[in-house]
Design a protein around this ligand. Structure first.
Ligand SMILES: Cc1ncc(COP(=O)(O)O)c(C=O)c1O
Length: 357
């Protein structure tokens, strides 16, 4: 039998193997012999499924009733526009720039409002974050935006931020990788294609009184409260992506919940960082305090070896290790569904490759 392959893509990312194994039969017969691919989001069966899916997510994340759970489209990028349009009463907000995604979010927001950059780590190529005491925080901003885990640069903020304005967080690559206190945030969003399933769905958790009756000049499709009032079914919903997210939430619960995910993600990433740090060929430049548990970029200290590394990794069944096009080098993404054996196989390959140099 051919050896198992491991997909280290940052997103769309690997799904749990047990979900993939069961998916074909579940897809074919979702409702009395009809496939999920041909079902209406307004069918009784799908509405029941959507409710179950929300309840499971509420249980695993401990989401209280004063929060809406929205299942939206448009990717996380769409949130970069919805947020300033909906949630900025006075037209000004604070943005913390710690990597490519928060930088993009701030650039999008500038189309709509005045953006105050609290701190910008581009000056150190997104390898560190300045001390909070040095940040240029406004006390009268409508909200404070940051990205908890920068997927491209592998920079993660592991502690809660204590700010005096409503807190909004892009958790696209970190939601459900560990337990969080949802109550510490006013709005959290995450594209599904990393830890929550496949592309086409964006999860938004929002404090009800933060999104209610805001931005009445916008059309309903652009308004959080309109989506909430219609149970995220304002228009034709991406039922398949929603379906897969439900399977992923149930898988997380079956594995033992977010504490289990956290222990595993921490252990997997530590294993890889420890190996990289003792190696003379590989480097990860991020300050250890901010290293990501799930996206691990690394470079090779010898010039012109990247292509050979990637070709040989592919031959060994280790896929999608090429770093983001804006950064270069390599990146191993080890989300919830990456088993520890995947990381062990990668390290063993890296060791062999290094010993040949
Ligand atoms: C942290 C973060 N924010 C936003 C995005 C953009 O997501 P989408 O492509 O779903 O719009 C990504 C995509 O990789 C991401 O990793």
């Amino acid at each position: 039998m051919s050896q198992k392959v491991f997909n280290f893509s940052a997103g769309p990312a690997a799904l749990p193997q047990s979900i993939l194994d069961e998916l074909p039969s579940k897809v074919i017969d979702f409702d009395r012999g009809m496939s999920i691919l041909e079902i209406s989001h307004r069918s009784k069966k799908f509405k029941e499924y959507a409710q179950r899916c929300e309840s499971t997510l509420r249980r695993i994340l401990n989401i209280e009733d004063n929060y809406e759970v929205l299942f939206l489209q448009g990717g996380a990028t769409h949130q970069f526009t919805m947020i300033p349009q909906n949630l900025s009463n006075n037209g000004k907000a604070d943005y913390l720039i710690t990597g490519g995604w928060s930088k993009k979010a701030a650039a999008y927001a500038k189309h709509h409002i005045n953006v105050n950059i609290v701190s910008d780590s581009s000056e150190n190529n997104f390898t560190n974050i300045s001390e909070m005491s040095t940040w240029n925080v406004n006390t009268d901003s409508d909200y404070f935006f940051y990205c908890a885990n920068e997927t491209v640069h592998g920079v993660e903020i592991h502690e809660y931020l204590d700010v005096n304005t409503p807190l909004i967080c892009d958790m696209s690559s970190t939601l459900c990788t560990r337990p969080i206190e949802v109550n510490n945030f006013d709005l959290i969003f995450a594209g599904a294609q990393k830890n929550l399933g496949i592309a086409g769905l964006t999860i938004v958790l929002a404090r009800k009184d933060f999104i209610e009756n805001k931005a009445k000049h916008l059309t309903p499709i652009m308004r959080y409260d309109a989506h909430a009032n219609d149970n995220s079914m304002l228009n034709t919903s991406p039922v398949f992506a929603w379906f897969v997210a439900g399977l992923v939430f149930e898988w997380i619960e079956k594995q033992g919940g977010l504490k289990k995910m956290a222990d595993s993600n921490k252990a997997k990433s530590q294993l890889l960082y420890d190996y990289i740090d003792q190696s003379s060929l590989y480097q990860n430049p991020v300050n250890s305090k901010y290293r990501s548990w799930v996206n691990i970029p690394f470079t090779l200290s010898v010039n012109n070896l990247d292509d050979e590394f990637l070709t040989m990794a592919n031959k060994s069944g280790l896929y999608n290790l090429k770093g983001h096009r804006t950064v270069g080098g390599m990146r191993a993404s080890v989300y919830n569904s990456m088993p520890i054996e995947g990381v062990e196989r990668l390290i063993s390959f890296m060791r062999k490759f290094e010993s040949r140099q």
